[in-house]
Design a protein around this ligand. Sequence first.
Ligand code: ATP
Length: 662
Amino acid sequence: MPPRNNNRPGNQGRRPMFNMYWMYALIILSLFALYYFQDGTHTEQVNWTKFEQLAQDGCITTIIVDKQNQTAEGILNDKGRKAIDINTEGIQGDIKVKSIIPSPDIVAEKIEGWNALLGANNLKPITIEYEEGSDLAKMFWYFGPFILLILFWVFMSRRMSGQNGGGGGIFSVGKSKATLFDKNNKTNVTFKDVAGLAEAKVEIEEIVEFLKNPQRYTELGAKIPKGALLVGPPGTGKTLLAKAVAGEANVPFLSMSGSDFVEMFVGVGAARVRDLFKQAKDKAPCIVFIDEIDAVGRARGKNPNMGSNDERENTLNQMLTEMDGFGTNNGVIVLAATNRADMLDKALLRPGRFDRQIYVDLPELTDRIEIFHVHMRNLKVDANLDVEQLARQTQGFSGADIANVCNEAALIAARNNKQTVEWSDFMGAIDRIVGGLEKRSRVITDDEKFSIATHEAGHATITWMTQYGNPLVKVTIVPRGRALGAAWYAPEARQIIPTQALLDTMCGLLAGRAAEEVFLGQVGTGASDDLEKCTKIARSLVIMYGMSNKLPNLNYNDSTGQEYGFTKPFSEDTARIIDEEVMRIVNEQYERAKEILRKYASEHNRIRDLLVEREVIYHDDVQAILGPRKWKSRTDEIMELNRKEAGTPPPFSGKGKDAEQN
Ligand code: ATP
């Protein structure tokens, strides 16, 4: 066999290096050495006759009998040291003689005899001690604490090195945990996998371009941005966009999550930030991506001693310094994603750090169609599936929700042994995602069914009869998830919400309880969720939007979460007025709901009866009873257009994300 060449290039990575495990081995070895050469004692093996002789001659002070190993050790006195034939020079501790014994009992008897003899000669008697347990147990008692200490050390260093792997142990705690994507470890996500988000894509593609052709910009004197912040609700594709940048840019991409900087040791976060930026500068041109940056980038508190996290602030300070530290044109671009840009420290957002903020919003209708197409690529869907209609029914869904709908639909189709995923599977998936699993097995009495139907018919009637009520899609009294019944709506995508829209929404929410009072004469617990939502709207109407009569144009809300700390931004008197206003607004809407219901009592009752009979009714059924809506919403218009185009009323059994339950 040829000799192993450790200097081969391939072997370089395996060169023996200093490793923490060597250290452990060394510590253990030294402990063993300590055990055997401890305190300078010396033990001489002798036979039993010699041992007896020494004892009789008064050469032994103490005999230690080891019952388990059937041995005895005798500690020699000065006379004994002289009597035995060894060089005792340099031995500071005790000198012992050790011998195998006939049996512990015999030794005990013998010692009694020897002591009588020694007593007669005016010599000191021999004391006897017994040693229980094996060598192993002795060793355990001796080493136990050290071994435990070492195990604790190993455990701690492993925990601190976390997923970092490697044998760095405690010494790698300050290393950043960034995942590197480069030529060897590519993500296979490209911009094609990111559907919709046209504006965000343009901006982010430009960043890729900055790295690929910096001269094009620098020749004109432009500075390349240092960072871009992706902001938007959860699941809208921020991380996906960043991954696509990694896939497209062909430059190293370091990805890390904000929470990876956080550790229980002081200074570790800052060290990791330093390490991350050092790595980035070494690999430039490159992109650094920090997901969920709010974990470290949250605004620093005014009073650092009052519950604020110093360690997090140190980490943030380090990040601010690092982002200032590299020049604009040295090829490192920092991308970060967050759901809460309002919580971030202002210093982080100023130009020169994150120069650009890219908003990644919930997808619009056309975007949703594209997202459906992306996620249907791997599904066997029915050829006649109307994707556009699906997208319409998923108003308010994020990209992640849509991905979930597609997967859930495929699971439902597979459960029913279908060859392709059909419309009804998608509908089932949407229903399930919004409302939870259908619980037809839940036992509901006729009385309960009647009161649930009254409640749901109340919601349906009021939303139909108010200007800003969202277009109704479906009403059901089949229990789903925690809800006993539900009315689903396709909420309008409004950018600015007028006061009346908030009031109408509240009226619609209170309609279930109002119907119970008007038509059943008593109210039940079923409306608690509605009441919670309604009270929240009323509160924000007063303290956030400044829409109440008594406290107009005032906003007591602190969107940064930093301003007021433990104090309220208003006086006790104002607090009372806020309570009164919230109560007044809710009461007014409740009375309004009851009034509308009394006016349309017969229509309400017909909807209720239909519900009791069929359990699920749709938009068209309600329209047949209440007549066409006076106020046409955009969705209504689209639906009507659809119907005209198709020639027949399409089955409309989906619902919007913000469906009001109960
Ligand atoms: P969070 O803020 O919660 O981290 P996010 O905005 O980073 O969420 P992603 O992790 O990017 O969301 O998206 C989750 C999943 O949703 C993706 O893996 C993808 O399957 C799907 N998705 C989201 N947006 C899109 C989109 N525009 N096109 C295709 N798929 C999308």
